[in-house]
Design a protein around this ligand. Structure first.
Ligand code: NAG
Length: 400
């Protein structure tokens, strides 16, 4: 009894045999695919993506900023110390463009100013959280002005009224921002700054950044930054907002040191959502002449600038070059898969090629010694003694 068919099928070994096909069409496809793969690796992987380089994506950076300009606001002339906060020149800073001042606040009790604390009787002011208000509710309903009554609070009095219209310091459009940015790629020990080289120092100080004419000047006009971020200065100054100044260092260190240059780009970081805008409150404390503590509360609207530095550097390395070269040569073999599919399924005479490509060899294929009795089973006539041709491999045949 012979074993079942699936066992013989499973327990057989397939090995590759080279078949040279003299077909113009398949030959052309084969070369075309190889050429395509080669072109992809040389053009894209090696030349464009620079796969022969070691890449350092860790960029160490320090940013120092300085804003200059004189503005006028609420009858006063303001300088840098008045409108820039924090004053240390960090990479994130605010230029205050609008202020709502509440002067001479003192600790005490007074009526709330927010509209939602309107009341008719004391019971309206009980049992509600005071998280949104200006102080702790005392539970009493008191007159706010002649016609209105609001809940009474204990806290800094009088409370702030921030629904008033106040002007904007438009001079801020002409203020200048100087950015000093030093970077380092630790893997290559490469250091650079965004300042022009020492020799040409005279130019610095007078230049103004311009995306085409002066793309390397580190002195930027605030109005230009706002415009390049696609915003309108008066509108942004009134609501406040967050702008990103991005400095990109994408460096090919196989080239000259001078060719590693920063690229500036600008974007608004706080969305255009309903809650867009930027403001914060701070207070100045002092002692009144009667000895009590007073403060001036400021609600400041301003443009916050975030200087963001990113970048990477690449330099020739033998390891990535070898790995990618090997990958390129291996990938050229992919062409045979496509050619086999075409050859065995779609070409005229596919059956013929299939029969030549896949060949079945029986286990006892040792040639019989001359003179021995024939091994041909009875009934086998034409095919006896010759290798059987097979159409049975599924590797590349779709069975069409
Ligand atoms: C900014 O400067 C320009 C020229 O120096 C001047 O014409 C313009 O009025 C200034 N803008 C503001 C808002 O002061």
């Amino acid at each position: 009894m012979s074993p079942p068919r699936w066992v013989t099928g499973f327990l057989s070994y397939e090995t590759a045999k080279a078949v040279v096909v003299r077909s113009w069409a398949v030959g052309a496809v084969n070369r075309a695919v190889q050429l395509l793969i080669l072109a992809y690796f040389i053009g894209w992987v090696f030349l464009h993506e620079k796969a022969y380089q070691v890449r350092d994506t860790v960029i160490e950076s320090s940013v120092v900023t300085k804003v200059k300009g004189i503005g006028r606001y609420a009858g006063r002339v303001l300088d840098t110390a008045d409108y820039v906060t924090p004053p240390q020149g960090t990479s994130v800073f605010v230029v205050v463009t609008k202020q709502i001042l509440t002067e001479n606040q003192a600790q005490g009790v007074c009526p709330e100013s927010e509209a939602e604390y309107r009341c008719a009787a004391d019971r309206d002011c009980r049992g509600r959280g005071a998280a949104t208000g200006s102080g702790m509710l005392t539970g009493r309903c008191v007159p706010y002005n002649r016609t209105l009554r609001t809940c009474e609070i204990r806290g800094w009095c009088p409370p702030e009224v921030d629904t008033v219209d106040v002007p904007v310091m438009l001079e801020a459009e002409n203020f200048t921002l100087f950015i000093k940015n030093s970077i380092r790629f630790p893997l290559f020990g490469f250091e650079k700054a965004n300042l022009p080289p020492p020799g040409s120092g005279a130019e610095l100080g007078r230049c103004r950044f311009h995306p085409e004419l002066q793309p390397l000047c580190p002195i930027l006009r605030l109005g230009d930054v706002v415009r390049l971020a696609g915003q309108d200065f008066p509108a942004l100054a009134a609501t406040g907002g967050v702008l990103g100044i991005k400095i990109g260092w994408l460096c090919d260190l196989d080239r000259a040191w001078e060719r590693c240059l920063p690229r500036y780009s600008f974007t608004r970081l706080d969305g255009r959502a309903p809650a867009a805008g930027y403001n914060f409150r701070h207070a100045r404390y002092y002692r009144w002449h009667d000895g009590t503590e007073r403060r001036t509360l400021t609600k400041a609207f301003g443009i916050r600038f975030d200087v963001l530095v990113y970048g990477n550097a690449g330099k020739f390395g033998i390891v990535p070059t070898l790995i990618n070269t090997v990958a390129a040569f291996t990938s050229i073999g992919v062409g045979t898969v496509l050619c086999d599919i075409i050859l065995l399924n779609f070409l005229k005479g596919a059956e013929h090629y299939k029969a030549r490509k896949f060949e079945e060899v029986p286990e006892a294929s040792v040639p019989a010694p001359p003179g021995s009795p024939t091994v041909c089973p009875p009934g086998a006539l034409g095919g006896c003694g010759r290798d059987k041709q097979s159409t049975d491999s599924g590797t590349f045949s779709l069975g069409l």
